[in-house]
Design a protein around this ligand. Structure first.
Ligand SMILES: [Zn+2]
Length: 228
């Protein structure tokens, strides 16, 4: 909304000993010549317009505030639970599937999270559901910090998420089995709603300085998300 610019008051017909009028520039030039359009009246109109604008702006701010609040409550911050159905892509190898199971038991032994894993396709995206799928290359990390191993989407819209893993990075030997396990536990953390946390947690943004297992800070964040 543009800022309110009060019309300037200007003297009209100055000089020559004629009667002077005050008028409101730019808004009502036709009324300038009107003898009853006094300075006081003009000022009153300006003030009234200014007050109306302030009220409209205040109302608009309230509407925007309520809208933002509602969208936060409705869309961006789902209520987090503890029970999750986990669908693991049939295309994962036995070792890769086991790495996800290990990641789940790490979260289960440290938090109230409970997983119900099964091997099968992902039936859409909804609350209480996590899917882990084999993916092609995911491109570079958004911060330019290297190639992305995996990504989790949907975690801000639903209580759960869809994990995609670039398995070729692991199968080609560029990354180790231990790194796969760490990735699986980390992505499960995102699906549980956790953002990136400080260095030396499981949820640290890069593996170079992250913990391979769930830490106290990760547990704190898990509980904090569910205490709201
Ligand atoms: Zn991450």
């Amino acid at each position: 909304m543009p800022a309110f610019r009060p019309p300037r008051l200007a003297r009209q017909g100055a000089g020559g000993g004629r009667v002077m009028h005050w008028c409101v520039e730019e808004t009502s030039l036709s009324q300038c010549a009107h003898p009853r359009w006094s300075y006081e009246e003009a000022l009153k109109k300006v003030n009234a317009a200014s007050a109306a604008f302030a009220i409209a702006q205040k109302a608009m701010n309230h509407i925007i505030f309520v809208f933002v609040l509602l969208s936060l409550l409705a869309g961006c911050s789902p209520t987090r639970g503890n029970e999750y159905a986990v669908h693991l892509d049939v295309a994962f190898t036995a070792a890769e599937t086991q790495a996800f199971l290990d990641g789940m038991s790490d979260w289960e032994s440290n938090t109230r999270a409970r997983f119900h894993p099964e091997i099968g396709s992902c039936p859409g995206e909804h609350d209480g559901q996590i899917c882990a799928m084999v993916s092609g290359p995911l491109g570079n990390a958004p911060d330019g910090g290297g190639v992305m191993w995996a990504s989790t989407r949907d975690a801000n819209l639903h209580d759960g998420g869809t994990i995609r893993v670039d398995v070729d990075l692991f199968r080609s030997g560029r990354l180790t089995g231990d790194q796969f396990r760490q990735m699986a536990a980390h992505e499960l953390g995102h699906a549980l709603g956790l953002p990136h946390l400080a260095p030396f947690t499981l949820m640290a943004a890069a593996n170079a300085y992250s913990s391979p297992v769930v830490t106290l800070d990760d547990v704190y964040e898990y509980n904090n998300l569910r205490a709201r």
